[in-house]
Design a protein around this ligand. Structure first.
Ligand code: OFO
Length: 175
């Protein structure tokens, strides 16, 4: 495997692993604040990020490279409020999108069209994840801290897990 592509894929493995831990920390925060629907949504999002990481690990190893399992830094424990949770989630996804775009660039520069093809799955996934985070943030801004609104928001996030599970590519549900 091209060493530059391998290094970029390993960097992405680390980022997906961190995403999983970051959303796990958010889920735990939500659970401790009585937001059980939000917590379940974030637990499930954390599982998806782990799947993204595993998919990369398997790809690297199957193509003759060596997937590196690196230490993951401590995610935040406290969040100001629910809006802050989803602001951080959106900003994180924007950073991940930049990283995926960089990976696409490297594949093209190194003429690694197989990896380029593989990475397209992540390009589409990022589009979905950014759109979802923006939709959720818009809802929270509308609610503007209203308790009744937050109650309904929390309940609606539970429904979103089911909708997403039914619309996610089949292989992303395998884990
Ligand atoms: Fe892996 O898509 Fe979010 O980070």
């Amino acid at each position: 495997m091209n060493t530059r592509v391998e290094a970029a894929l390993n960097d992405q493995i680390h980022k997906e692993g961190y995403s999983s831990q970051f959303y796990l920390a958010m889920a735990s925060w939500a659970e401790n604040h009585g937001l059980s629907g939000t917590a379940q949504f974030l637990y499930s999002h954390s599982d998806e990020e782990r799947f993204h990481m595993l998919k990369l690990i398997k790809f690297v190893n199957e193509r003759g490279g060596k997937a590196m399992i690196q230490a993951i830094e401590q995610p935040p424990i406290e969040f100001k409020d629910l809006e802050n949770v989803f602001e951080q989630l959106l900003n994180h996804e924007l950073m991940v999108t930049d990283s995926i775009n960089n990976l696409v660039d490297i594949c093209l520069q190194e003429k690694d069209y197989t990896t380029h093809n593989f990475v397209q799955w992540y390009v589409s996934e990022q589009l979905e994840e950014e759109a979802l985070a923006r939709t959720i943030l818009d809802k929270l801004k509308l609610i503007d801290g209203d308790k009744g609104g937050l109650y309904m928001f929390d309940r609606d996030l539970l429904k979103m897990i089911t909708t997403r599970a039914n619309s996610t590519p089949a292989d992303s549900k395998a884990q």
